[in-house]
Design a protein around this ligand. Structure first.
Ligand code: GLC
Length: 483
């Protein structure tokens, strides 16, 4: 099958969040399936374009009609060669980039003209296809930034008999971000006829995500539980009825992680390598982390880690509410991340108030993150909503036991520990309530103190889980095939 994977970010080129990780690892897994050809297409952001170390070549240029404008687009390409032999042999993975300095000199999102930037990208993806010597069976769209692709395909291309066989899939990584614009966006930017007005509009705005939801052939979300949650008002940010009407084409497929990048057996970043069958290296990692971060070096104190964007919906308001009680459970708390100033200030204040007990790292560092995953006993993720979540998966891989709120992908990936049988993978709580969270951490701490053997059995078990993409990539294949 020929799969064109369209995204606004993908590793190893650009990442602002979990989408970058998923778009960086799922397409590669898809290339391993026999008969697949996979191309990823991204905006050619300034940060990528100006990086001379990347091996990116020019392919073509063409113009993209956007309502009354005709806009330049360049197409560039990077081939990630297949170097595997024997059963590791697979097709090359090809990255395409859409160039236009006016729209993409600045990387990422958050600009006044984001709507126009990604409407342009969506249309340019379709205009680029004739230059790819590849005709997609599936165009796999991701989030609102690519939500107009099914619209343009139906309104302009397939109606002219082009790309006849191409079907579209839209993956929702987070329904909170929808890409809304004023109604005049239709004539100013999209340039589609009035017969599309009702489809592209929701609640008085043009809405890119809603457009994609209604017009694509299949919708997926990044976990099963989230696919049910978004049919309800509490989670749907207004789109619950739209989702319910389209639930016949909605499925949840849980994310995997890059299990080569995150592998304590081979990881050169962490202090000592370890594996499920021999976790002794993890003790050295913990000691190293305690030393490095100025915490009391003591194997008997449980280290609880948080690696997160420091924003309320990640559950930071719960942590703020019981911060002192949390530390007074007798833990060491390690935080890594950036975000809202009040949370950055909170953790700096906690580190100042509890020297040797709290370590506040207000920064973004993938190597420190790995040292924290490998050196911590528990990983706290009290999200208000969590479409999938990747950090809890990485934590498990590094034998750090998750403590999570039961929402979205956290439900699907972290079943609660049964203290009798040692079934399950983490400590969980249901209500979005600070003391319920505190209770879960307190249970984890007791377990750490009084059930050392069981704790070890759980660490062994979760670090041996298969958290790679293989199973989920096959599920995507089944959905692709069904359309
Ligand atoms: C978004 C979601 C996160 C998910 C990621 C990748 O960032 O908030 O839960 O894991 O996308 O799908």
């Amino acid at each position: 099958m020929n799969i064109l994977y369209a995204a606004s970010e993908a590793m190893p080129y650009v990442k602002s969040g979990g989408l970058g990780d998923v778009a960086g690892s799922l397409p590669l897994e898809l290339t391993k399936i026999k008969g697949n050809k996979v191309c990823v297409i991204l905006p050619y952001y300034g940060d990528i374009k100006n990086n001379n170390e990347l091996n990116i070549e020019y392919v073509a240029s063409f113009s993209v009609p956007l309502a009354w404008r005709n806009v330049y687009a360049g197409l560039f390409k990077a081939v990630h060669k297949n170097t595997g032999v024997g059963k590791n042999k697979r097709e090359d993975l090809i990255y395409y980039f859409i160039d236009n300095d006016y729209y993409f000199a600045a990387s990422g999102y958050g600009y006044y003209n984001d709507g126009e930037r990604f409407a342009f990208f969506s249309k340019a993806v379709l205009e680029a296809i004739p230059f790819m010597d590849f005709s997609p069976d599936i165009i796999h769209c991701n989030d609102w930034q690519t939500g107009f692709i099914p619209l343009f395909l139906k309104a302009h291309y397939q109606s002219q008999g082009l790309y006849g066989n191409a079907k579209t899939m839209l993956t929702i990584h987070n329904i909170e971000y929808q890409g809304k614009a004023n109604p005049d966006f239709k004539d100013e930017v999209l340039g589609v006829g009035d017969e599309w007005t009702n489809i592209i509009t929701f609640d008085g705005c043009v809405n890119a995500l809603k457009t994609g939801i209604v017009l694509c052939d299949k919708i997926t979300t990044v976990s099963k539980t989230y696919s049910h949650e978004i049919c309800h008002a509490y989670f749907a940010h207004g789109l619950e009825n739209i989702l319910r009407e389209n639930s016949y084409k909605l499925t949840g497929v849980v994310n995997g992680i890059d299990d080569k990048l995150y592998n304590p057996k081979t990881d050169n970043v962490i202090k000592e390598k370890f594996s499920p069958s021999d976790l002794s290296g993890k003790d050295a990692c913990k000691k190293h982390l305690q030393e490095k971060l100025g915490l009391e070096v003591n194997p008997d104190i449980p280290v609880v880690a948080m690696i997160s964007r420091l924003v309320s919906h990640k559950g930071l308001d719960l942590v703020e509410y019981v911060a002192h009680e949390l530390v007074n459970l007798g833990i060491e708390l390690v935080v890594l991340g950036t975000g809202e100033k009040k949370y950055e200030d909170l953790f700096n204040f906690m580190a100042y108030s509890y020297p040797g007990k709290v370590s506040s790292n207000i920064t973004f560092s993938s190597s420190l993150a790995k040292e924290i995953y490998s050196g911590s006993d528990f990983f706290l993720m009290p999200s208000k909503s969590e479409p999938c979540g990747l950090s809890q998966l990485i934590a498990m891989r590094y034998a750090s036991i998750p403590i999570v709120r039961e929402t979205g992908g956290l439900v699907d990936t972290v079943p609660p520990i049964n203290p009798e049988t040692v079934d399950g993978a983490g400590f969980t709580f249901k209500g979005y309530n600070a003391h319920d969270m505190l209770g879960a951490v307190s249970r984890a701490v007791d377990f750490y103190r009084y059930d050392k053997d069981k704790l070890k059995a759980i660490k062994k078990k979760i670090s041996s889980y298969d958290l790679g993409w293989k199973t989920s990539a096959q599920k995507y294949m089944d959905i692709y095939s069904s359309i």
